[in-house]
Design a protein around this ligand. Structure first.
Ligand code: SF4
Length: 345
């Protein structure tokens, strides 16, 4: 399988070009062609020497993603199913907000984390998605938005997969899409979602990137969380919250905690109180997510008035919380509904 042309940092292009006797400025030319002019082939890069174009053409893949299906929700959310060169499939979602367009990127084909409310993990982990394939997901969305004169304004690594399990490629992806010669997406507009891989959170904190960390918490005690998320047996809530505090201290970025409300599991006012006690010392925001329907999981969502009570209790305890507005649930594009296999439903 040839590597994707989109999968290299600018500095990596510069080093490579130097190694084949080409000047470094060619790297910037390539970046401009790829990300600003949205070139669709090497042939279009008319100011690069012909021989160089031919040799890159022979060694790199220009388009690794093939669009299989595209669904449009009544709220404007768009979900793509893409086929990768090895026939694996991933989903990518564009969400429309008042403040811009956000793209939800898949970082693994499937997932091995086994969260009980999630469809992405049903078939286990197939493989990691490469940085180039992640960038291409964003580019496919950007090309569609170009037709409306709009741009991708933020990116969330919240599709299928655990991004911090595919750490190197996820960080390479972030470096590429935030490059000022490329798509120029601000670090502050990138959110990495994690189930709570504690060592990787420390590593990310030490890298002092300006990105937002979104932690899937989903329960306020270890017993409940371990039932919902097997990762809790390796990294319990207290060790996770210590890592979150460290992340805030290092980066100054407030943590987002994701909390899926599941009827009868984690949604009592008492749970809200326990949650507030846990989070009291961490500058954070809690996203309450009414759980989305996944047929195989047989989980139902908390009734609306109980969701309100839960949110109100957090507010009473001075914890900043919002109930997430649903995006794309009619096309199974909402949280926990993305899956790797077309036709697995
Ligand atoms: S919620 Fe995220 S980490 Fe958990 S199984 Fe789903 S994709 Fe994997």
């Amino acid at each position: 399988m040839k590597p994707s042309i989109y999968g290299y940092r600018l500095s990596e292009w510069q080093d490579y070009l130097a190694s084949i006797g080409q000047p470094k400025f060619r790297a910037v030319q390539i970046y401009h062609w790829l990300f600003q002019n949205r070139a669709d082939s090497l042939q279009a890069m008319s100011d690069l020497p012909m021989l160089m174009r031919q040799s890159l053409d022979a060694s790199m893949q220009f388009t690794s993603l093939q669009e299989v299906t595209r669904q449009v929700s009544k709220d404007g959310t768009i979900k793509f199913l893409f086929r990768l060169p090895d026939q694996a499939t991933i989903e990518t979602v564009i969400m429309r907000h008042d403040y811009g367009n956000s793209v939800c990127v898949s970082t693994q084909v499937g997932c091995k984390m086994g969260c009980k409310f999630c469809a992405s993990t049903l078939g286990g982990l197939v493989r990691n998605v490469t940085a180039g394939e992640m960038v291409e997901q964003v580019m496919m969305c950007q090309r569609l938005l170009d037709r409306e004169g709009e741009r991708v304004s933020s990116v969330v690594l919240m599709g299928s997969g655990e991004p911090l399990e595919n750490y190197e490629e996820a960080m390479r992806f972030i470096d590429i899409i935030t490059d000022q010669e490329g798509l120029k997406i601000g670090q502050r507009h990138i959110t990495v979602s994690t189930v709570g891989l504690v060592p990787a959170i420390y590593r990310l904190a030490d890298e002092m990137r300006g990105i937002t960390l979104a932690v899937s918490l989903h329960a306020a005690d270890d017993e409940t969380r371990s039932k919902m998320m097997p990762v809790n047996r390796a990294y319990d809530i207290l060790s996770l919250l210590e890592a979150c505090k460290y992340y805030f201290d290092k980066t100054g970025r407030r943590i987002t905690f994701e909390y899926a409300l599941i009827n009868g599991h984690n949604d009592k006012v008492e749970d809200a109180r326990k949650l507030a006690a846990l989070l009291r010392t961490i500058p954070c925001h809690v996203n309450l997510i009414p759980v989305n329907y996944v047929p195989e999981r047989n989980l139902t969502r908390t009734p609306q008035d109980q969701i309100r009570e839960f949110a109100d209790e957090l507010e009473r305890q001075h914890i900043n919380a919002t109930v997430r507005r649903e995006k794309g649930s009619d096309i199974a594009a909402a949280c926990g509904q993305l899956r790797a296999q077309h036709g697995a439903e």
